[in-house]
Design a protein around this ligand. Structure first.
Ligand code: PLP
Length: 391
């Protein structure tokens, strides 16, 4: 059976070049980067070279990059690191209601520790209004954390506008850029952020490695205490091979991204248009234009996204439900609900995300299979029969 992967927002395959670059650091250059002998120094050199590649890609200085065990850890380090370090200045944090659980759950944890958190609303297309942020700021506000682009609906937030507001107010600003670095241009100075999270496995690097950008002069309390690696910001022997693979993936991405943004946008637009023309009653979720180049999030009325996803999987096509059941009660996605979408629209959503290895043959084939599955599921759907009768 043909297998087609259309879930690049969940993770990407590691680029074979990045995987190749990692291998010597597992077997030959295996020294502990903190050791002062030649084995250690070689590993240290590789890490510092990797750091400069990651830094250059986002317009940062080398010592502003802290390697972490991925995006979740980077988000945790940013939020807890700033909150705990600035307790004496204030206890108020502002974030949004559409963040990834790595930010939402960390915020809830900080609430338990006594911090107050404001969750800003978004509009029906998933956009935060910078005026809402202005109104939410108090004298106690120490941190604003707003994601660069949403992982479910792909909406890109007005981070540079928000950065101007936080700078004027003298408040630390973190953005979770896990879905944007490697997919659209990201520059920490243009965005005006103090902290920014990256994850390697979203940009063709290995899993379990990422970075937190921390602007010079920004102090954070570490999550991990120990040997004081990463300038005391993240203790633990560095994952040399993964750091090298991450940097190699970034290097490749830097070359490929300009052409890929154009190619994936046009492939995405073509597939979105074809779905809307060839399948009745489909709604596009998220902003129609201000969205990630590779993201399609649709609600197919009268059927559940979960059923469509599972049926596509049986035919070898991997996509994700827009309303990924993230809680035990199998509720619809918190992002869709925050956008004010009806529960049915949230339940019927499907996320299709393209990547650098997605071809037009694959999207054409996926469209044909999707049409067939939708017809089959709608034929069985009492909601569809009712909807048709009532127009
Ligand atoms: N933030 C966003 C927006 C994400 O999409 C993800 C991954 O899905 C994460 C954070 C977590 O990153 P990681 O899987 O590297 O822990």
């Amino acid at each position: 059976m043909k297998r087609i992967y259309l879930d690049y927002a969940a993770t990407t395959p590691t680029d074979p070049e990045a995987a190749k670059a990692m291998l010597p650091y597992l077997t030959e250059t295996f020294g502990n980067p903190s050791s002062e002998h030649s084995f250690g120094l070689e590993a240290r050199e590789a890490i510092e070279e990797a750091r400069s590649k990651v830094a250059a890609f986002i317009g940062a200085h080398n010592d502003e990059i802290v390697f972490t065990g991925g995006g979740t850890e980077a988000d945790n380090l940013a939020l807890k690191g700033i909150a705990l370090n600035n307790k004496s200045r204030g206890n108020h944090i502002i974030t949004t209601s559409i963040e990834h659980p790595a930010v939402i759950e960390t915020s809830k944890y900080l609430e338990k520790l006594g911090f107050k958190v404001t969750y800003l609303p978004v509009d029906s297309q998933g956009l935060v209004d910078p005026d809402d942020l202005k109104k939410a700021i108090t004298t106690k506000t120490i941190l604003v954390s707003i994601m660069h682009a949403n992982n479910e609906v792909g909406t890109i937030e007005p981070i540079a506008d928000i950065g101007r507001i936080t700078k004027e107010a003298g408040i630390y600003f973190h953005t979770d850029a896990v879905q944007t670095v490697g997919h659209i241009p990201v520059d920490v100075n243009m965005l005006g952020v103090d902290l920014l999270s990256i994850s390697a496995h979203k940009l063709y690097g290995p899993k379990g490695i990422g970075a937190l950008y921390v602007r010079k002069g920004t102090e954070i309390t570490p999550l991990l205490h120990g040997g004081g690696q990463e300038k005391k910001r993240r203790s633990g022997t560095e994952n040399t091979a993964s750091i090298v693979g991450f940097a190699r993936a970034i290097e490749i991405t830097a070359q490929e991204m300009p052409a890929e943004v154009t190619r994936q946008t046009s492939l995405r637009n073509r597939l979105t248009a074809a779905i809307q023309e060839q399948i009745d009653s489909v709604k596009l979720n998220g902003h129609p234009l201000i969205r990630l180049p590779n993201n399609i999030n649709i609600s197919i009325d009268y059927i559940e996204g979960e059923s469509v996803m599972l049926n596509l999987d049986l035919e070898g096509i991997s996509v994700s439900t827009g309303s990924a059941c993230s809680s035990a009660d199998h509720g619809p996605s918190h992002v869709m609900l925050a956008m004010g979408l009806p529960r049915e629209q949230a339940y019927s959503s499907l996320r299709i995300t393209l990547g650098k290895w997605t071809t037009s043959e694959e999207t054409d084939y996926a469209l044909d299979v999707l049409k067939r599955i939708v017809s089959k599921l709608r034929a069985m759907s009492p909601l569809f029969a009712k909807g048709k009768n009532t127009g």
